[in-house]
Design a binder for this molecule. Structure first.
Ligand SMILES: Cc1cc2nc3c(=O)[nH]c(=O)nc-3n(C[C@H](O)[C@H](O)[C@H](O)COP(=O)(O)OP(=O)(O)OC[C@H]3O[C@@H](n4cnc5c(N)ncnc54)[C@H](O)[C@@H]3O)c2cc1C
Length: 383
């Protein structure tokens, strides 16, 4: 495998680095560097800056704002964005529903939604999981029944991330309960979150934050032309979307940046003098390097816009390392990580414990790590 960048690729990297570090407001980048949130406005504003420069949705077809980049260029774009602490384009828009509409939607859906989705004029949320349909997603029971040209939707979704900000939801619904396989009776519908009959209820997470929700549908009327692709073919669109989601949830460069920060704090506090802690840092650095190479391998072998099955390795290992670095940060902060509301405790130390707690989610969402192990066993190892 060729690992050295060509002159053009190096220039491409430099160009992106300059853009990200000079055009994206410093206040957002500083917040991300500390592991803080930039809020809805920060995410929207950043995506609009990126979109205006053709940097928000490079993975889309060129016709809809994509760039005809090589997988390696896309990888560099992603990496530089993370290294510069740029709030990334909203995944629900950029890597989930956008590519699905571009690949499977009608011309009318494409024209109506793709420009607004790229520019984050519409904030999407993902309505897939239900109380008894997470890993076993095909068991979902939210029903959509025909009423003339419309659909009437009833049911419940859960864990709907940032649904409180969302304008629209892309939703999996059961349209044929009689289908011989449960995967065959599912469709994908799009509808506004302020449709009559949609109720949203926040769920508080272990770190005290509110980023996920329960969403209830009671006789929600959805016009027939908001069906994506074919009726009862939603499962294949969902699989396409979930493959893309896995590639996006292994933030290798961001984890490297977080580890470099922890190392620096360990040096400042004197914790680095402990050989056991120093060895943990070195081990994580090596594991991240190995994951970086795996990411390049996935990039090199993804074909026709479809992720390589090794994307499951990225998801699994990427989230394990992300969690390990957050744990290390708590150990370096020591008792300071338990402080709340103190002016004398450095911000990084005060954020260590909430970040550690928040990142427990990473091994669950985007397909739990146990499920990734099964995919790896079946599709890569052939077990
Ligand atoms: C923070 C967060 C945000 C999320 N955001 C969204 C969102 O925006 N939209 C959305 O639709 N969903 C979202 N999800 C849902 C997420 O995709 C599901 O939580 C996930 O698929 C796991 O499903 P579950 O929670 O029903 O757990 P279950 O499937 O009930 O799993 C429970 C445990 O059993 C294990 N398990 C289950 N089946 C198997 C098996 N066959 N073999 C081995 N082990 C197994 C799991 O790995 C897990 O450890 C989010 C979840 C979280 C935590």
């Amino acid at each position: 495998m060729k690992l050295r960048l060509t002159e053009e690729e190096t220039a491409f990297r430099e160009e992106l680095r300059t853009f990200f570090t000079t055009k994206v407001p410093e206040e957002y980048r500083a917040a991300i560097a500390l592991g803080k949130h930039v809020g809805k406005d920060g995410i929207v504003h950043t995506q609009q800056i990126l979109n205006a420069a053709g940097l928000a949705v490079p993975n889309w077809p060129v016709e809809w704002g994509g760039r005809d980049w090589t997988p390696l260029q896309r990888h560099i774009w992603h990496e530089e964005m993370q290294l510069a602490c740029v709030p990334p384009p909203l995944a629900f828009n950029a890597t989930m529903i956008g590519p699905v509409i571009a690949n499977f939607g009608s011309q009318q859906l494409k024209e109506r939604f793709l420009p607004a989705t790229a520019n984050l004029d519409i904030w999407w949320c993902q309505g897939f999981s239900e109380p008894n349909a997470g890993s076993d997603l095909a068991s979902l029971t939210t029903r959509a029944v025909r009423d003339g040209d419309d659909w009437i939707v009833n049911g419940q979704k859960t864990w709907t991330t940032l649904g409180q900000y969302a304008d629209w939801i892309f939703c999996l619904v059961r349209t044929d309960p009689e289908a011989e396989r449960k995967q065959k009776g599912i469709s994908m519908l799009l509808f506004p979150m302020d449709s009559p009959g949609v109720t949203i209820r926040p769920i508080e997470l272990i770190d005290g934050g509110f980023e996920v929700n329960e969403v209830f549908f009671s006789d929600v009327r959805v016009p027939g032309d908001l069906l994506v692709g074919e009726e009862n073919a939603g499962w294949s669109y969902a699989k396409f979307l979930l493959g893309n989601e896995r590639v996006g949830v292994a933030p290798v460069a961001a984890t490297k940046r977080a580890l470099a920060g922890v190392k620096q704090h360990a040096e400042e506090t004197g914790a680095l003098a402990d050989p056991v802690l120093a060895a943990r840092i070195v081990e994580l650095e090596n594991e991240l390097l190995a994951l970086d190479l795996t990411a390049l391998r996935v990039v090199a072998h993804s074909a026709d816009g479809k992720p390589h099955p090794a994307s499951s390795v990225l998801k699994l290992k990427g989230t394990e390392l992300q969690q390990a670095v957050s744990e290390l940060a708590v150990d370096v902060a020591g008792p300071l990580s338990l402080s709340t509301g103190s002016d004398t405790v450095p911000e990084w130390a005060a954020l260590a414990a909430p970040t550690y707690l928040n990142l427990r989610k990473a091994s669950i969402y985007g397909g739990s790590n146990e499920i990734q192990r099964q995919i790896i066993a079946g599709t890569i190892l052939g077990l």
